[in-house]
Design a binder for this molecule. Sequence first.
Ligand code: ATP
Length: 301
Amino acid sequence: LVQLFRPLDLLGFVYRTIRQGLVDMAEMYRLIDAPVEVEDAPGAPALIVKRPSIIFDNVVFGYEPERTILHGLTFEVPAGSHVAIVGPSGAGKSTIARLLFRFYDPQKGRILIDGQDISRVAQQSLRSHIGIVPQDSVLFNDTIGYNIAYGREDASVEDIERASRAASIMPFIERLLDGFETEVGERGLKLSGGEKQRVAIARTLVKDPPILLLDEATSALDSRTEQDILRTLHKVSEHRTTLAIAHRLSTIADADRILVLDHGRLAETGTHRELLRKGELYAEMWARQQAEESEEETAPT
Ligand code: ATP
């Protein structure tokens, strides 16, 4: 019997590994358009993270050789701080996220996490240190418990419950007849945008990464749900190095530092107040969005 089960175990392992890879890719789907295989150097060591600082050191990058997207970008996200990247469409915000996740290597310059060049460490270890909360989360056709635990095969029931509480999805799960065993996805229970987002947050918490990459995590939600989720994300990102890509400036006004990217260059950096006081690109973007938001509020529905 044991002999019979071994290959099945192995198949199960391969299946789970592939499935996990697919979700990682799916989570990144907005961040990746055409993923290029980046190879590990032979014998590449694992990334060791004690103080998860991120440094972009003079990074030059283009998807095609004739079109440079990032023109020698330099910035630091100190360990434990919350940095937001904003800027007009096409400025290169998602490109920064893709480079940090190492879907591509820069043509020039280096990206360092805790002092280690990410192009020299094993990709899997790099990605295991970064949690992503994307704008649209992908759910498996499986139980809600599986969907929360998927990032860590060895997660205990307590781990899953703790993460669900911290992500404020526990009251919802407790109300379900089958609790964590409830099937979700295409053939199961359909979750709302906010509930899906909370599953993604719980999933990230189970993984417990030192670095968080938030990709405009609240854009698809109504404003009350958005405020709730923002509060949850705020708690989750405490003590973690957080890089947030944002379109809506109101969601990142309390970041420790805001990087304003324009055509692949840092146009300005500072806190929300500093940038407003400067009265340049950020202040213009802020004024425009405030006007748009108040127009939306008064518009007849
Ligand atoms: P948005 O706010 O609209 O999401 P963004 O600031 O995130 O924009 P990026 O997605 O980083 O911008 O894109 C920066 C530039 O890189 C754009 O001009 C885009 O056309 C180009 N680009 C993005 N992905 C690819 C790709 N896979 N191949 C070629 N060019 C790409």
